[in-house]
Design a protein around this ligand. Sequence first.
Ligand code: INI
Length: 155
Amino acid sequence: MRVIDAPLDGTGLKVGIVAGRFNDFVSNSLVSGAHARLTSLGVADDDIDLAWVAGAFEVPLAARAMAESGRYDAVVCLGAVIRGETPHFDYVAGETAAGIMRTGHDTGVPVVFGVLTTDTVEQAMERADVDRGDKGADCADAAVEMARLLTALGS
Ligand code: INI
């Protein structure tokens, strides 16, 4: 069996980040975690672009614009949809997830899903906490791995 290697090496990669401003106390932490991990994996600070949008619902469209620009090897989508605060949680969360997935499939650019969907503010803060879970860092890993994997697969 040949194992296809996708090293967690971000050297030379260009990464876009899209973040929803809604619940920005969570999104800011996710952005910090993603940014710190990307740079620790070797992505140059100048090769990381961050675009803020109003909320999670807007994230897929901005991610698509980044992916279609041809300037990025991967796009990281960040935000927080919290059930306790919205009766239309299921629409916002579901459409955001579907839009992010579709963007990756349609463009061929890895678009990773770091929009938290939680029942409570506390759960969201826990998953965004750099000392306790840090979904932003997880997404940075996924972005670099997917960019490398697609290259290894000849994409
Ligand atoms: N956007 C979020 O990112 N998180 C939420 O929890 C949220 N709530 O609670 O409604 C939310 N709504 C805004 C939405 O994403 C759009 O920005 C808005 O509907 C304009 O299209």
